[in-house]
Design a protein around this ligand. Structure first.
Ligand code: ADP
Ligand code: ZN
Length: 758
């Protein structure tokens, strides 16, 4: 009978994150199991701390002489929160992402919320405005200086009745801290009320009857290979059985996922299907749900904590076999996992932007490794890393080259904006695009316009002294936005959310010469209405999609033909399939290639190819018009020609020459502090320590570049410095990250660790 347990703490600093031995008290013998959450006395004061049981044993793991081991105090739940393979995953993640086991575990279980521990009786915390009239005048006078706060106040004004706190926060995509601030100012108040049942968005009708589909030869070949691989899963093979399904946009990759998943479920195993963002791809999840019905659970960030908990429980208890979700669904507690599918695998949403900065693709590899499970990545434009894994024999490439019968790839035309007579329609719609739009509308078909900048206009530049209005807290220019009265009279920082009225004169020279520059989606919407009177337009960007279900309702309205044109940022470039869209316009393609990191070309190529793929997916031919100034840009032309192979080879050569990923792993350490010299100094001392340790360990092929200010040096009143490391071995970077994370730094210093590929 095992009477010892090894546990790790739920909350630990890196320096004391390890396995600790405890005695299992007699009443818990036979009850306690690995993965259970327990309370243990810890430290000198023996305060009770939550911990997870890693394993049970007949004896203590350490032989440190006659120590009197402490006993486990009690169980938190009477069932394991973590499964065996998840416990292993915690260990792997702690090493790979320089995090603690407890932090990794946190990703795998739903947050235990305040609501869960609330006063009960089905009552939850609600929020309302303290004084509606006062709120209106605060907003009118511009006294609310943060977009997050404005969002909440406006939401509450619209709502009229108190709103459940978790609904409010998920709808506005915000965290508790904004509520705390607003409560401190006395602008909102909270109360405990009975919760209203949530209203469900009506699902958009499905376009195709799944039973009626006959697979194309390309789909059939890919599926055949995957089914064979799945059947042979018990035979000896590579540690990770990985496949890359590369199919042009609209080639029907989803159909392949579904039929493979069907076979896996039929064999009694579970399936995880990851999509970039549920809200952006409602069709995909509807398609999966209509295929599998009751067997599907959904996991994503816009669920209320309670709903999330319910879905998690469905999975944990084995009542569902299929999970669809965004990044974090890769951690789902399916018992007998047989397949992980990652759709649009190149999407950046698979990388976490918070610590631990994991990549769902790498985590998926860890989860299927050494198990009888398959990993399937799918994309029209695979990331260089994933595609190169095929060339290196770590993954197998499966291709679908054609669209189902009748659907053709769109024709693509590039318009050189330099050749366009100035004036035109304010230089926004070239005559070519304008004519094509007019004709498309006249035929009763729909148009999608793609522009990757939100707000009214790019910069507010003083035409007298040339100064830009910068954010007070960040070293970035502010963006002009529509204000409360429908006029562009408000500036907003897209990084920290600070907002205020446009100053009457230039803050640097005092002249009244501030003028807008460039176009954002708000202004384009307004110009569209002038240029195409009577045509209806929907705008989809971060500003129109803060409410819960707003993505789905905009996309649904467009599908129901309630608008002629859908204008949006990169949000609309992905995976949507609108049968009546026959024209896609990209207003300024140059923008897609402007970013100051080495991924710029790759991302631009992917976005442009994806956006172009939206046109003409049914039996009507599609057209794509791409406007650009730099029409000779290499990646742009490869995208226009839909030449993935050419792009891939060319970009790989460039990466190889510079020793960039995927030829190395790049680690970036960002050090921030409110004082600039402090941040720089801390960055330097980390570099010195890492170099010293690397020398001592004799690491080979490691490069450490000297500290540089981050691209945005000041963010939210903190100065940021960066250190770049590259190495042929991911392991070495992870090891150095661990050292950096464990260093004692001046108080007030924060460090962020990110790896590429992560
Ligand atoms: P992808 O994800 O590869 O871009 P989708 O899976 O979204 O493509 O499929 C594009 C469209 O083609 C969808 O409307 C889908 O229902 C349809 N489709 C898929 N396979 C077939 C098929 N074999 N025959 C007819 N239509 C199909
Ligand atoms: Zn700012």
């Amino acid at each position: 009978m095992p009477i010892y347990a090894q546990v790790f703490l739920r909350h630990a600093r890196p320096s004391f994150d390890r396995l600790y031995d405890y005695l299992v008290p007699p009443p818990l013998e036979g009850i306690i199991r690995p993965g259970m959450q327990v309370l243990v006395p810890f430290g000198r004061g023996d305060s009770l701390r939550p911990a997870f049981v890693r394993r049970l044993a007949d004896g203590p793991s350490e032989t440190k002489g006659p120590v009197t081991l402490k006993s486990i105090d009690s169980l938190v739940e009477n069932f394991p929160l973590l499964r065996g393979d998840q416990l292993e995953l915690c260990e792997h993640m702690a090493i790979r992402y320089a995090t603690t086991r407890g932090e990794a575990a946190r990703l795998m279980i739903p947050a235990l919320t305040e609501e869960a521990a609330g006063p009960g009786g089905g009552r939850v915390r609600h929020v309302s405005l303290t004084d509606r009239e006062a709120a209106i005048s605060l907003l009118e006078n511009g006294d609310v200086t943060h977009v997050n706060q404005i969002r909440i106040m406006e939401f509450l004004l619209d709502a009229e009745a108190p709103v459940a706190a978790h609904d409010l926060l998920t709808a506005c995509q915000l965290t508790e801290s904004t509520l705390v601030t607003l409560r401190r100012k006395g602008w909102i108040e909270t109360s405990w009320l009975t919760e209203e049942p949530a209203r469900e968005e009506p699902a958009a009708p499905l376009v195709v009857d799944p039973a009626a589909l006959r697979l194309t030869p390309g789909q059939q070949a890919a599926l055949g290979r995957l089914l064979a691989a799945y059947k042979g899963r018990g035979e000896p093979g590579p540690r990770v059985r990985e496949y890359l399904l590369q199919g042009v946009t609209g080639s029907g990759k989803t159909e392949v996922y579904l039929r493979l998943a069907e076979a896996v479920v039929a064999a009694g195993q579970g399936v995880i299907i990851l999509v970039p963002e549920i809200g952006l791809t409602p069709q995909m999840s509807e398609r999966i749900q209509s295929f599998f019905g009751e067997q599907v659970a959904i996991q994503h960030s816009r669920l209320t904590p309670r709903e999330r908990q319910r879905q998690w429980e469905l999975i944990r208890s084995g009542r569902v076999q299929v999970v669809v979700g965004a990044r974090s669904a890769v951690f789902s507690p399916l018992e007998n996992l047989g397949l992980i599918v990652i759709d649009e695998e190149q999407e950046s949403t698979y990388r976490s932007d918070r610590n631990p900065r994991y990549d769902a693709r790498s985590v998926a590899r860890l989860r299927v490794r050494d198990r009888q499970a398959l990993l399937l990545l799918g994309s029209a434009t695979p990331s260089l890393e994933s595609r190169q894994r095929c060339d290196r024999g770590m993954s197998e490439l499966l291709r679908i080259g054609e669209r189902p019968a009748g659907a053709r790839l769109p024709s693509v035309r590039v318009v050189d904006l330099r050749q366009q007579a100035a004036g035109g329609i304010e230089g926004l719609f070239s005559p070519v695009l304008h004519r094509a739009m007019t004709e498309t509308f006249a035929r009763g078909e729909q148009v999608m316009l793609f522009h990757n900048r939100r707000g009214w206009s790019g910069l507010e530049i003083c035409s007298h002294c040339g100064a830009v209005v910068e954010c007070q807290a960040c070293s970035v220019a502010m963006t002009l936005h529509l204000g409360r009265h429908g006029r562009p009279d408000r500036l907003e920082c897209h990084y920290c959310g600070l907002t205020h009225a446009v100053p009457p004169v230039c803050p640097s020279c005092g002249e009244a010469a501030l003028a807008p520059r460039g176009f954002g989606t708000e202004q384009i919407e307004s110009i569209f209405k002038e240029v195409f009177p009577g045509r209806r337009i929907l705008r989809m960007d971060q500003d129109t999609t803060t409410g819960r279900g707003s993505h789905a309702s905009i996309l649904g309205a467009f599908r129901r033909r309630e608008a002629d044109c859908l204008l949006g940022t990169q949000m609309i470039a992905k995976g949507h399939d609108f049968p009546d869209v026959t024209l896609v316009g990209v207003l300024l393609a140059d923008q897609l290639f402007q970013a100051n990191d080495f991924h710029a070309s790759e991302r631009g190529f992917q976005l442009l190819t994806q956006a172009a793929g939206r046109a003409g997916r049914a039996d009507r031919p599609g057209h794509v018009i791409i406007q650009a100034f730099a029409t000779d840009h290499e990646a742009l032309n490869r995208a226009v020609a839909q030449d993935y192979e050419g792009f891939y080879r060319q970009e790989l050569r460039f990466r190889e020459k510079l020793g960039y990923p995927p030829y190395s792993t790049m680690g970036t350490i960002t050090v921030s502090h409110s004082s600039d010299p402090f941040a720089e100094r801390a960055c330097r001392s980390i570099m010195e320590e890492l170099v010293r340790q690397a020398r001592r360990a004799g690491l080979v092929g490691l490069r450490v570049l000297p500290p540089t200010p981050a691209a945005i040096q000041r963010l939210n009143n903190r100065s940021r410095w960066q250190l770049h490391l590259t190495s042929p071995l991911t392991r070495d970077i992870a090891w150095l990250f661990g050292i950096a994370a464990g260093m004692r730094l001046e108080s007030g210093t924060a460090i962020g660790l990110s790896m590429d590929p992560a």
